[in-house]
Design a protein around this ligand. Structure first.
Ligand SMILES: Cc1cc2nc3c(=O)[nH]c(=O)nc-3n(C[C@H](O)[C@H](O)[C@H](O)COP(=O)(O)OP(=O)(O)OC[C@H]3O[C@@H](n4cnc5c(N)ncnc54)[C@H](O)[C@@H]3O)c2cc1C
Length: 400
């Protein structure tokens, strides 16, 4: 399904198939820009949708339901797809350096590569903990962890490090799934114990008091130990160490703490914030290189700092697509201001969820069904691609 052949006049290169770039591809698919060639460089051919990841872990969704097929989406948008990892930028020659293939030239570049875990900085964590980021590798890690726990005789102690929404949601999903996997094999789900470690004094620190209380009560009811105000400083096989020197037994350790920017960005000329994220202005353009845009977790909008959450990455799809289009056609760029409050729908692993927005807290099975509908609708935009019909020059593609 290629678009009509046009001479390539300008190249837009997208690094990373994150939540923003899938939106950009879809928009260019619906309205191609004549003479512009899009190229997506991504180390994965399937990118997970973070909102459904806990549901996948809990066993509510299959692999295809929570992943976007990037190769197919790129083809649909008439874009080239290179399955490779970007490792550097030659700003002067305007080329992306890749791990395996020759450098890829660009006129305009956009980066949406998510965040990278900081496990390497911590003694032992890289070898003994399962990081949830980069999120694209999580499936393999989760499958391995599942097999290890199934094969582990007797009691297994699972520790999750990170008390944000991602950590709490993942822990609750794992408890449901692992319990049912053991029960299906005739083993006692009580063989599993779970503990949550968080540096902060409270769980879910960016959510309101009622949401926090709901999750504290849920964790208590489900027998999960919570170690708040406990920073984990070292990890070894079978145990982890807190900052006060105490060791805690843990057969499996899952790492869901906040992450930083990819290390290779430090070798570029891009202005980065203290956590290594690319600083962008209100047009999502790098503050140091006007040819480069960034969005999603990897971008730090200097005038509007926000929590790292997929919802922001998704919302940036439209402004980024519009500004790439404007840049490439020489029109002025538009400013984008991310919302100050956003709706988070946080699941508890048992088809129950909590809606959190500002001071609002709503909980129930119906909230999970609501979340399920929203998430499925989002995925359908990228996986149920309408048949593509050759458009007349300048017209929009008819379907979609
Ligand atoms: C368990 C869990 C649950 C979460 N649930 C929610 C939720 O319900 N709602 C919410 O809003 N947020 C949620 N989050 C946060 C969310 O995951 C992130 O904010 C979101 O994934 C960021 O999206 P992104 O587009 O920036 O990057 P990502 O989704 O991380 O995508 C990055 C892409 O770039 C590719 N890539 C990376 N490096 C390179 C490179 N060098 N070269 C080429 N390609 C590269 C990767 O393969 C990947 O395809 C959750 C996080 C976790 C851990």
């Amino acid at each position: 399904m290629q678009p009509p052949q046009q001479p390539v006049l300008r190249d837009i290169v997208l690094i990373g198939g994150g939540h923003t770039h899938v939106g950009v591809l879809k928009r260019f698919a619906m309205k191609p820009e004549p003479g512009v060639r899009l190229t997506l460089i991504c180390r994965d051919t399937h990118t997970p949708y973070s909102g459904m990841l806990p549901g996948y872990v809990a066993g509510h969704y299959g692999y295809d339901e929570v992943h976007i097929d990037l190769r197919r989406l790129a083809e649909y948008a008439g874009a080239r797809f290179f399955a490779d990892e970007a490792v550097g930028i030659d700003h002067d020659a305007r080329k992306v350096l890749c791990r395996s293939r020759p450098p890829v030239p660009y006129d305009w570049l956009s980066i949406n590569i998510g965040s990278t875990p900081r496990v390497d900085a911590l003694g032992g964590a890289a070898g003994h903990a399962v990081p949830v980021k980069p999120i694209h590798q999580f499936n393999d890690r989760w499958q391995t962890l599942l097999r290890r726990i199934e094969a582990h005789p007797g009691r297994t102690r699972v520790a999750v490090v990170g008390g944000g929404a991602g950590g709490v949601e993942l822990l609750l999903a794992m408890q449901v799934r692992l319990g049912s996997e053991l029960a299906a094999r005739g083993r006692d789900p009580e063989d599993l114990t779970f503990a949550l470690f968080t540096r902060g004094e409270t769980l879910l620190p960016t959510h309101n008091a009622r949401v926090r209380a709901h999750f504290e009560a849920t964790l208590r009811r489900r027998g999960i130990e919570v170690h708040a105000g406990t920073e984990v400083v070292a990890v070894e096989a079978g145990r982890l160490q807190a900052a006060d020197g105490t060791w805690h037994a843990a057969d499996e350790i899952v790492w869901v703490t906040s992450a930083g920017g990819a290390g290779w960005l430090k070798e570029t000329r891009l202005a980065l914030d203290d956590d290594g994220f690319i600083q962008v202005d209100d047009t999502l353009r790098s503050t140091s290189d006007p040819r480069i845009f960034a969005a999603g977790d990897i971008a730090s909008q200097v005038n509007h700092p926000r929590e790292k959450a997929g919802v922001f990455a998704v919302r940036q799809g439209r402004p980024l697509a519009d500004n790439l289009r404007a840049a490439v056609t020489g029109r002025p760029l538009s400013s984008y201001r991310p919302q100050a409050r956003w709706l988070a729908l946080i699941s508890t692993g048992d088809r129950h969820a909590v809606a959190s927005r500002g001071r609002l807290c709503l909980a129930g099975d119906w909230v999970w069904r609501w979340k399920d509908r929203i998430d499925r609708r989002f995925m359908a935009r990228f996986n149920d691609l309408p048949p593509w019909k050759r458009p007349r020059a300048g017209s929009r593609r008819p379907a979609g």
